[in-house]
Design a protein around this ligand. Structure first.
Ligand code: HEC
Length: 171
């Protein structure tokens, strides 16, 4: 055991030396540590712009919202309430992150959704009440579409989910 321990200790020290060396290089460089991969291949002044471009706008927030909306639905319908809550609560997080990128979306999203139809759905999940959930989920669906209309994308009309996104099972 003793010898084993010291061998791992040696590796740990080598690892630490590598980190200190890498950080030292970064500190010596006024720009900070240089990113690796594709980002590191771009000139430093183009890197932040590239991250911004890759994170995209509200469409990517919606991509996640749509996924969680669907998963929350099936979680609840299948009686996997813990999963419905887990994924359902992240809808708010995804939308909030979207505001950071597109602040103009906040007013409608808050009025129609976050402070409107959304909290009652989370409440129905916490109550594990299938009938209440279905009723409130339908109101949520209408709120999604009301916000789309208010944001001039009325052609994006969501219905009650028909196809599950994941192979999750409940037993
Ligand atoms: C701000 C109010 C708002 C709310 C609330 C909202 N959306 Fe959206 N949604 C938008 C906007 C704006 C777009 C277009 C985004 C863009 O192109 O930048 C969009 C786009 C979408 C898209 C298309 C994404 C793509 O680019 O492929 C889907 C799907 C979607 N929303 C689903 C939903 C669902 C499901 C809900 C409700 C759970 C919801 N949305 C709630 C504003 C909202």
């Amino acid at each position: 055991m003793e010898r084993h321990g010291s061998r791992w200790g040696g590796r740990w020290l080598v690892g630490l030396a590598v980190i200190v060396f890498a950080l030292g290089g970064g500190i010596g460089n006024a720009q900070g540590p240089k990113p690796g991969g594709w980002l590191g291949k771009l000139p430093a002044e183009k890197q932040i712009e590239a991250i911004d471009r890759q994170l995209r706008g509200f469409d990517m927030a919606m991509f996640e919202v749509n996924y969680r909306y669907t998963e929350m639905y099936f979680g609840a319908i299948e009686g996997n309430w813990d999963y419905a809550l887990y994924t359902g609560e992240k809808i708010a997080w995804a939308i909030e992150n979207g505001f950071e990128r597109r602040p103009k979306r906040r007013a409608n999203a808050e009025a129609i959704f976050l402070k409107g139809a959304y909290p009652p759905v989370i409440d129905a999940i916490k109550k594990k009440d299938p009938a209440l959930f279905k009723e409130r989920f339908d109101a949520l669906r209408a709120a999604c579409n009301a916000c789309h209309a208010a944001e001039a994308v009325a052609f994006i009309k969501v219905g009650i989910p028909a196809i599950k996104q994941t192979p999750l099972v409940t037993n």
